[in-house]
Design a protein around this ligand. Structure first.
Ligand code: AMP
Length: 291
């Protein structure tokens, strides 16, 4: 039976009832797909009970971002979670988590600049602070021993790992690899906004570029420069994409796999990170260069 938790009192009761039982939390914003469900299955292997939270967190969206139009499909989500044998789902309202309604002025955790100045952090000021804020609340309310996060949001994972270490939060963070569509596109709730077949094909530019960079690194006898290699890889895959230029890069980078420090030279073991816009949709993807 899927238990529904909505209020802070529901969370208190849940924690009291399951004091000596291990709990794994999977935080999500809902509109669940196979990527989320893969996290749920991993969660089951790490704890006796699995709790999924569904909350579109306003504090991690910028004023011009897609908070209002973010897809909300609670009934379908609940059916999927019930079928997966999830034990409880926490679906708070904004007022429940932010009762004073001072979203911007409330107490904030500031993530280290080194982790947030690049990549998604550069174009989404305050995003990771909002993520830390809501995740710490969820940890405190639900008391999990482990929490599962996707490597697709690699920068988010690094920031949360740092938060847990910095504040001695007693939650073990476990990553899950990127779950993809059959053609390689990383699964995302935002993929449904790719409006035409051309946009869908253009969106494959992210993973195709990552694979082309990987191939170049694997076959090159000499060290390669990040910028040059990404540019070359992008040029090489261009003919495989729709003629109209639908894809606008926001960034491409190689980073240290844990600190996410940008790297100018490509070496095995680094994490490749990309973000681009296709039509009105912002997509991100990542690939670990085989060590
Ligand atoms: P979201 O609902 O987009 O906030 O995602 C909730 C969790 O699912 C986050 O930890 C994401 O990193 C993870 N996630 C979303 N899409 C994928 C995917 N395609 N593969 C792996 N994890 C994912």
């Amino acid at each position: 039976m899927l238990q529904l938790l909505k209020t802070l009192a529901d969370c208190d009761q849940f924690r009291q009832t399951h004091k000596n039982i291990t709990v794994a939390l999977v935080p999500t914003m809902g509109n669940l797909h196979q990527g989320h469900l893969a996290l749920v299955r991993l969660a089951k292997r790490h704890a006796e009970l699995v709790v999924v939270s569904i909350f579109v967190n306003p504090t991690q969206f910028g004023p011009t971002e897609d908070f209002d139009r973010y897809p909300r499909t609670l009934d379908a989500d609940l059916r999927l979670l019930e079928a997966e044998g999830v034990n409880a789902v926490f679906t708070p309202t904004v007022e429940t988590l932010y009762p004073k309604n001072n979203l911007a002025e409330g107490f904030q955790l500031i993530a280290p600049v080194g982790l947030t100045q690049n990549y998604c952090g550069a174009s989404r000021p305050g995003h990771f602070e909002g993520v830390c804020q809501v995740v710490l609340k969820l940890f405190n309310l639900l008391g999990p021993q482990v929490a599962i996060f996707g490597e697709k949001d690699a920068q988010q994972l690094a920031v949360l790992q740092a938060m847990v270490e910095a504040y001695n939060v007693p939650v073990q963070i476990i990553p899950h690899s990127v779950v993809r569509e059959a053609d390689g596109l990383a699964k995302s709730s935002r993929n449904q906004y790719l409006q035409t077949e051309e946009e869908r094909q253009a969106s494959l530019g992210l993973i195709k570029t990552l694979h082309a960079v990987q191939q170049k690194v694997q076959t090159s006898p000499t060290p390669l420069k990040t910028e040059v290699t990404f540019e070359e890889a992008w040029q090489a895959i261009q003919p495989t994409l729709p003629q109209t230029p639908q894809l606008k890069w926001e960034y491409w980078a190689a980073a240290h796999p844990e600190t996410l420090e940008p790297q100018a030279i490509l070496t095995p073991g680094l994490r490749l990170l990309v973000a681009a816009r296709v039509g009105s949709v912002r997509l991100i993807d990542t690939l670990l260069l085989a060590p």
